[in-house]
Each structure stands twice: as C-alpha cells, then as structure tokens.
Design a protein around this ligand. Structure first.
Ligand SMILES: [Zn+2]
Length: 590
C-alpha cells in the first residue's frame, strides 16, 4: 500500500468542515458563553449549597466543553496539514478567545477559594457532588499553596526576567548548536542536536564514538553558561518551594502528580535495587555486538542483522485488533471503532506533523489518532500504543469534563499496556529466533530508557539541587555528580567515554520542568506491575483494568490502584514489574 492509499481520518465526526455553521457559531460563542457564566454566578459562589454548586460546575463545564470540540477540530486539521493557513488562523482565533474566556471565569475558582474550610469540606463531601469530589479536593490543595493575589502577581511579573528568561536562554542557546558530523569525509559543522543524536544508532562503532565526542565538545564549550542557568533555575525553584511552604524540592511535583512521597520513594528504591538487570542486558548486548565491553556510545547501537522486512497496514491493524480482543472483547471493540469510523490518520505526507499522538479532548468527543505509517514493525507497536490511549479516553468518557484526563503518571497506562499486548502477539507469531531476539531487545531497551535511566536522572537532579543549596555548583562538579550516577547504573559493564560526563547539560527536562523524569519511571513500571498481575490473574484481571481506565482523572493514583487491592507504597507490587523485565532477559539468554 503506497502512502496515498493509506487511510486518512474523517474529521466530520466533529464538524463537517471549516465552513460548518455549527463550528462558526461555537467559535463565536466562546466569549459570550463565558460572559453568561459570569453574569449568572459572580458573587454567588461563597454562599452556595451543594445543589447550587452542582449547577455552577455543570454550567462551567458547558462553557468550555463545546469550544473544546472546535479546538480539537482546528488542532487536528493543522496536525494533518500545517501548510493549510485556514487551520492556522482558526487555531489562533480559538486560543485567543479561550484566553479571554478563562480570564472572564477566573472569579469562579477565586470565589471557591474564599469559602471557609469547614463549609468547603462539607461541600466536597456532599453525595450530590460526588462526581466532582476529586476536582474540589485538588482545588483546595492548590489554594493552600497559593500566596496572596498581589504576591502571586509580583512573582509572575518577576519570573519574566528571571526563570522564564533562563529557560529561554537555554532553549535558544542549545537549539543554535551545530555539530561536526562524525561520518568520515563529512566533517563540516552542520548537524543539529537531533541529527547527531540519531547517529548513536549508526552501525559503525567508531562513528558512534565520534558522535558522542563531537556532541559533548559543543556542550563543554558552553559549560559556564549552562551551569549558570542550572544554578539560577535551582535557586528560583528553591525560593518557590520555601515561599509556598513545601518541605522538599520534589514535593510540588509529587503534589501535582497526586502521589505520596512514600510511593515515589518506593518506586525509585525498587528501581535502584534492579539496576543489575540493566547490567545483565548491557553484557548481553556487548556479546551480541561482538565487543568485549560496551562503550557509552554503544547503548543505542543497532543489533546486527536487524529485520528490514516490511509489513502492510492491514497486517498491523489485524495484529493490534487480535491482541486487544484476546485481552478483552471491549478493547477490540473500541479499537475497532477507530478503523470503522476513520478516526486514524495514517500516511506520512508532506506538511503533516511527525511522530504519533492520540487526542481525546473532552468526554463527549470521539478521540482521534495520528501516525506516520512506513511499514516498519515498530509502526505496529506505535499503532497499539496510540489505540491504547484511544481506549483510555473512550472508557473515561463516563467522567465529567473536569475529571476526564488522568494525571501525568497515569496518562500512559493503557498505551504502554497496549504495547506490551502487541509485543506478546508479535512473539507468539514470530518463530525465527533472530527476529524474536530483536523484538525482545527493542522492548528491553525501551524499558531501560524509561525506568532505570529516568530514576538515575532524578537522583542526579536531587543531588544537584542539594549541592546548589550549599553553594554555586561549578561545571566540573555537575560532571562528577553525573558520573557517579552513571557508575551506579552501569557498574563495570559499560566503559564511560570522557564526553559522556557532559550529558547532564544536554537534558532539557532539568531546565524546563523540575523533577519531571521520575513520572516516566512511575508510569512504565506501573504498567509492568499491572501486566504482571495480568499474567498471574489471567482473565480476572481485565475487568479490573477496565474499571481503572474508566475512572479517568477522577481519583488520585493510590485510591484508584487501591480499589484493585494493589498498593503503590508496597515494594512487592513494584518488584512484580521487574519480573516481567527479568523474563524478557531470560528469553534473550542474557
Ligand atoms: Zn503515549
């Protein structure tokens, strides 16, 4: 099937087109709807009873849920064809009006904040409002961390020449970097960040080594700038943490992720205890590559004899649907709906956005998937991943708009689970030992990247923040902290090249969003642990998993998992996840 025969999506489930009168009226109504909401309720929130608050919350949702459909339509249209100016300007218009609508309705949360604690607790606990209990609970938590209105506005103002400026400086500086090509005979300096990092998958070992060297040289040249940015960002974060009354630098992130400190510590501890599994894999990979020991530039090296065999889109569809159906008929049915209703955009065509995503904008709207299918085996896994998201969004449609989206650590639950179902399917189908090996190795490398490496990043970040609290941290000190983390993970199974010690300065998460990385470990290991339960419990597991997904964002992760009688603070639950990885290593004979 060539690119122009692959199916495109049909956005008419949202609107019939840019000229659809319904679309036009929804967009025109964004600001008036918000004004209407304000006229009805401003000044009335503080004295409200449960019944009244229920009306307000539903009204509040209505004024955003409809326009969200228009936003989804514009966003999807733009993603499918970024050269279509009509979508660009529609998107800009909707964003602008959304901003205005948010400004007009800001009073609502401020007035909710003004309700005294006793009365608020009574409202949040009222059975009438049970569908919004989580929303109200989280809102109060945020309120308790907020400073006065004037303090907040000064902080926001001063962040522009402060942390915001440093984040911008980092982005502009690093995206201006150009690197010498590591390929012999092509040594002019012209590669971007993404291009040189892609060469870490080059089949030639010496090329990969030069890629790391050329990459890190540029970062090292800018060490004073980058370490100064790091110190400033850490100071800003520490001040914010102090002003808002948190005990530890990681607490605001845990609170946002709705996770207890103990749950986060448990995941990280269990992960560190299993670093030896990464080392087992590195040893196996060294022998598969025919080298005595891996260099740090070999970690993403392709395995020899990787399959070039292409698969058709129909095959990928059949595999995904079969594997989902085998798990539970409902999974197959929901995923099937995406194909039947043309809610997947498949071909790689010019102007379309790269990669893949699934968009579920609001409970009353059908979710859509975008991907770029090129016939690689990997594309089948991507399809399973995105349709996993699609199933999650569809099941969560039972929730009201304000409780629809899961928190970050749960956002990848169904998608990664879908990938695991797909890997199992592929292994069942594949009898060729070489190709089985590649499948398993690919999956293991993904798991190492999302669990062990992200925990190592977080450990580095914690230590670096602690060090900046003592005094300004010099570039070489950051390198030392980084290198000791690498050693914890690699042991003696990987030879760390000198350039690798600068990798900390190339990780944008540290600058953009503090302590973001552990959410990757959490999400991936949660799915592995749940998958382990599925292996142990068999068919009894699926209905539980479905009820977890149906909850959307309506419960904190512990409460949600607790309903299945699993405990996020129990190391044994998490260790189960690493059993799945261990079995994969056994399969490799590692
Ligand atoms: Zn995803």
């Amino acid at each position: 099937m060539s690119a122009n025969e692959l199916p495109r999506w049909d956005l008419s489930h949202l609107f019939s087109g840019l000229e659809d009168p319904k679309l036009i009226s929804v967009v025109e109504n964004i600001v008036p709807a918000a004004k209407g909401f304000a006229e009805r309720w401003r000044g009335k929130v503080e004295k409200v009873d449960a019944n009244g608050l229920l009306s307000m919350l539903r009204d509040y949702e209505d004024s955003f849920a409809e326009p969200t459909g228009a936003y989804a339509f514009a966003h999807l249209g733009y993603a499918a064809d970024s050269t279509d100016n009509a979508f660009v300007s529609l998107l800009a218009k909707i964003r602008e009006r959304f901003n205005e609508a948010h400004r007009l309705t800001l009073f609502f949360t401020l007035e909710l904040d003004a309700i005294n604690d006793d009365q608020y607790a009574a409202l949040a606990g009222d059975p009438l409002l049970k569908n919004y209990a989580h929303y109200l609970r989280q809102l109060r938590k945020q309120k308790d961390r907020r400073l006065s209105e004037s303090e907040e506005s000064i902080l926001a103002l001063k962040s522009l020449p402060g942390s915001t400026a440093f984040v911008q400086l980092y982005s502009r500086l690093t995206s201006s970097f150009r690197f010498h090509s590591p390929i012999e005979g092509e040594d002019e300096k012209h590669l971007t960040n993404a291009e040189i990092l892609a060469l870490l998958k080059h089949p030639d070992r010496a090329t990969r080594r030069r890629a790391i060297e050329n990459f890190s040289r540029v970062y090292e040249e800018q060490k004073l700038t980058i370490s100064s940015i790091w110190n400033a960002i850490a100071l800003d974060h520490r001040q914010n943490v102090g002003l808002r009354g948190y005990a530890n630098v990681i607490d605001p992130v845990n609170e946002g992720n709705e996770l207890s400190e103990k749950a986060v510590n448990t995941v990280m501890e269990v992960t560190r205890e299993h670093y030896h599994l990464a080392r087992r894999y590195y040893k196996w990979k060294a022998s598969a590559l025919g080298v005595e020991k891996l260099w740090s530039s070999d970690l993403s090296a392709p395995l020899p004899g990787a399959s070039e065999e292409k698969i058709s889109y129909d095959t990928a569809r059949r595999w995904v649907l079969d594997s989902f159906r085998e798990f539970h008929p409902l999974f197959g049915e929901i995923a099937g709906g995406f194909f039947e209703e043309n809610r997947i955009d498949t071909p790689p065509v010019p102007g379309k956005s790269g990669g893949a995503f699934c968009m579920g904008a609001a409970p009353h709207l059908p979710p859509y998937v975008l991907m770029n299918f090129t016939g690689k085996l990997r594309d089948a896994t991507t399809l399973a991943h995105e349709l996993g998201h699609g199933i999650h969004f569809t099941l969560a449609a039972k929730q009201p708009y304000l409780e629809y989206s899961p928190v970050l650590p749960l956002a990848e639950t169904a998608s990664v689970f879908g990938e695991l179902l797909m890997t199992k399917k592929l292994l069942d189908l594949e009898k060729n030992p070489g190709r089985r090996e590649h499948l398993v190795a690919e999956r293991i490398e993904d798991i190492i990247a999302t669990t062990f490496r992200q925990t190592m990043y977080t450990d580095f970040e914690l230590e670096a923040h602690a060090a900046t609290a003592e005094s300004t941290v010099e570039p070489e000190q950051f390198c030392e902290l980084w290198s000791s983390q690498l050693e914890n993970l690699y042991g003696d199974t990987v030879e760390t090249l000198d350039g690798s010690k600068w990798a900390w300065s190339a990780i944008p998460h540290f600058i953009h969003t503090r302590f973001y990385c552990y959410a990757y470990t959490f999400g991936e290991l949660l799915v592995l642990a749940l998958y382990r339960r599925y292996q142990e419990e068999g068919d009894a597991f699926a209905p539980k998993f479905i009820s977890l997904l149906e909850a959307g964002g309506s419960l904190e992760p512990q409460t949600l998992v607790g309903k299945l009688e699993y405990n996020l603070e129990d190391p044994a639950f998490w260790s189960g996840g690493y059993r799945v990885l261990e079995e994969m290593l056994d399969e490799l004979g590692a």
